[in-house]
Design a protein. Structure first.
Length: 296
């Protein structure tokens, strides 16, 4: 599933085609994605202007001049393709691993914009969805009411200590809990833990002192999370299977992986001498270096 950097990259790619533009025509080629479309979905979009395009965790949100917000989630294979007024078409590109490549039969939502651009939502597996909610209720709607803090919005060791204090759950599981920190996924959690030299099975509460103040490891983890996410956004995300930019090109951060999907390879940390190993936590693969990420 696309994580925060991939969704932010898509947001940046969609903004020039959508922000300030009006939906001239919206065509639904099926009645549902993961869930049915909202009642009168196309009619509520047509004629409305996009006043802003934002990201919340792994969601995209488009504010409309009607007072509603279009909420969009890519699921596992969702993607947006943009056809420009000059006739150029940002078609699907290469992928890190073989996977669905945006074939037209999976074009489920076609949005013609007043600028002449056409934005098409393509989703082979249909795990993505779209919803319309009152903008005033966005923070408390069913999608975001229980969502945690944004890691690129002032994440610090003190914030992490406050969230994880007294928790005995493994550190990786706590980082994946969207109710605590929103937008993190398996890839970037593995990468951040390696950079912070923390074992994924460390009890999350170990990052807070008895009085609630952050330990040095909490500060190191907060710094590592921000650095990894910012580097991934700059690289255009990580292309593993179905994800691609709105221009069809693949993200490049997978070439900077230090641990993810590198089982058996030498640790990239200078002087470490260890190798990347894999364990399973909550039915998901965790990659780390047992030498420079020893158990706490």
């Amino acid at each position: 599933m696309p994580e925060l950097p991939e969704v932010e990259t898509v947001r940046q790619g969609l903004a020039p085609a959508m922000v300030g533009a009006r939906f001239s025509r919206v065509t639904l080629r099926r009645p549902n994605l993961r869930f049915p479309f909202p009642e009168r979905f196309a009619a509520r979009l047509e004629g409305r202007t996009v006043t802003g395009l934002a990201r919340r965790a792994k969601y995209l949100t488009a504010d409309l001049d009607s007072g509603e917000t279009l909420v969009m989630h890519l699921g596992m294979s969702g993607r947006f393709d943009v056809a420009l007024p000059d006739g150029s078409n940002r078609s699907p590109g290469d992928f890190y691993l073989e996977g669905a490549q945006g074939t037209p039969k999976h074009d489920h939502v076609v949005m013609a914009m007043s600028t002449g651009a056409t934005v098409t939502y393509n989703d082979a597996r249909r795990f993505g969805f779209m919803d319309l909610v009152p903008s005033r209720d966005l923070a408390t709607c069913r999608h975001f009411a229980k969502m945690g803090v944004e890691p690129l919005d002032g994440l610090t060791g003190a914030v992490i200590a406050g969230l994880f204090r007294h928790k005995i759950t493994p550190l990786k599981a706590a980082l994946l809990d969207q109710r605590l920190i929103a937008g993190l996924g398996n890839i970037y959690v593995c990468e951040a833990l390696h950079r912070a030299r923390l074992h994924p099975e460390t009890p999350a509460g170990a990052l807070a002192r008895p009085d609630g103040r952050p330990t040095p490891k909490a500060n190191a983890l907060a710094k590592a999370i921000v650095q990894v996410l910012e580097a991934a956004v700059k690289a255009g995300g990580s292309t593993l299977r179905d994800y691609a930019h709105t221009d069809g090109s693949a993200g490049a951060f997978q070439h900077a992986f230090r641990v993810y999907d590198r089982v058996g390879l030498a640790c990239s940390r200078p002087g470490c001498g260890g190798a990347i190993t894999r364990i399973v936590q909550a039915n998901r693969s965790t990659f780390f270096c047992a030498t420079c990420q020893p158990p706490t």
